[in-house]
Ligand binder design. Structure first.
Ligand code: TXA
Ligand code: MG
Length: 367
């Protein structure tokens, strides 16, 4: 099995800066404490108590799963894993076989770059040849979390990860299982969302299995993704920085931290395929309507015999969060129910509403 990518790339332990190599050596020390914390402690039984049943051991089961996942990743296989945004289809970023398998399984063009997932900011910044102060500010406040930073790549980052570009996307996810996996691997995991190219991202392990089936060696089940939308991507190689993809961290949060009024969307840039007009699309046709037009449009479609599913726009922050959390599951459920049309009202573009509206617009684009 090949762990080397390109002539300029050397095995991780030899060439990467020390934080990652240290993480590798500290695999058990760092991974197992988390796993063990998950297992309830057994109190010594008082003499008069009846014998207690054997405690459940989710921690031990998880540790074995993570070990298996690491074995597969090192063997050039792909493993799906939960993050707080959506499920990822992970490969060991040092394994050319694994990286190629990601593109094959996803059906994604090879020039589209992958995000590298790290256990902490210090490790993540080893993928960059320069780290602007904006990156440190954002990382300090928002990592671990739903934010991907685009930075100038370091020499060791494989071309397969960057799509041959001079930049790299890095992120420190907050989901404990994702962090445990990256820590146990001792190096970065390259991962797109675990869906076929162009389709709706998976927010549960069941979605991944339904999409990718036997093509993925192992699916780690960490429950439904907490946020439900992909990470926000910010390009810090431009001045001023540009949001390439709205996502789990609202633009207002970034604006506040970077004090940037001038942040705008990138021009029509296919470097981030999530920015392609048609993306994140269910099989059903997605039609955008206003709240006022909803009832009439629904009636018209149903009169024509169409099966219609409605997504109304939430009005408050809690409801926006709930819609973000459920959006992809609801689009999938519409397909499962055989809907012909999803009639969607766009939420206002504030907070998570911006990312929701973005995904719905793309889902509604002509294919
Ligand atoms: O929340 C997320 O970001 C999830 C989880 C698994 O981390 N990942 C995800 O990956 O959504 P993916 O590949 O489905 O979308 C990542 C986007 C793509 O549109 C890709 O082109 C863009 O990030 N991207 C990655 N590296 C880039 C780079 N160097 N420059 C510009 N865009 C980049
Ligand atoms: Mg994706």
């Amino acid at each position: 099995m090949k762990h080397l990518i390109g002539a300029s790339y050397a095995p991780l332990d030899k060439k990467l800066p020390s934080p990652i190599a240290r993480a590798d050596r500290g695999l058990r020390a760092r991974c197992l404490p988390w796993v063990q914390r998950a297992a309830p402690r057994v109190k010594p039984a008082a003499v008069s108590s009846p014998p207690s049943p054997a405690p459940p051991q989710p921690g031990a089961a998880r540790a074995a799963e993570i070990e298996e996942a690491v074995r597969l990743l090192r063997a050039g296989e792909v493993v799906a894993f939960p993050t707080e945004t959506v499920y990822g289809l992970g490969a060991d970023a040092r394994s050319e076989a694994g990286l190629r398998r990601v593109f094959a399984v996803k059906g994604r063009p090879s020039e589209h770059p992958l995000i590298l997932h790290f256990a902490d900011a210090e490790s993540a910044f080893t993928a960059a040849r320069e780290v602007p102060s904006t990156a440190r500010t954002l990382a300090k406040t928002l990592w671990p979390g739903a934010l991907t930073l685009i930075l100038r790549r370091a020499a060791w980052v494989p071309d397969l990860v960057t799509g041959g570009q001079d930049t790299v996307g890095v992120r420190v996810p907050s989901h404990p299982l994702a962090r445990a996996l990256v820590t146990a691997l001792g190096g970065p995991i390259a991962a797109p969302s675990a869906n076929r190219f162009g389709a709706v991202s998976p927010t549960t392990a069941a979605h991944v299995r339904a999409d990718l089936g036997a093509d993925v060696a192992l699916v780690l089940d960490g429950g439904p993704a907490q946020i439900g939308l992909e990470s926000t991507i910010i390009d810090l190689t431009r001045e001023p920085p540009v949001v390439l993809r709205e996502g789990g961290i609202p633009r207002e949060t970034l604006d506040g931290l970077l004090a940037l009024g001038a942040m705008g969307s990138a021009p029509n840039d296919t470097r981030a395929p999530g920015m392609l007009a048609s993306h994140y699309a269910p099989r059903a046709q997605v039609l955008l309507v206003t709240t006022q037009g909803l009832a009439a449009e629904r009636e018209r479609l149903e009169d024509e015999g169409a099966r219609v599913v409605v997504l109304e726009a939430p009005t408050d922050d809690a409801a926006l969060e709930a819609l973000a959390h459920d959006l992809y599951a609801r689009l999938r459920a519409a397909d499962d129910a055989g809907a012909d049309v999803v009639l969607a009202v766009l939420p206002e573009a504030r907070g998570l509403g911006a990312a929701i509206a973005d995904r719905l617009r793309r889902a509604a684009s002509q294919r």
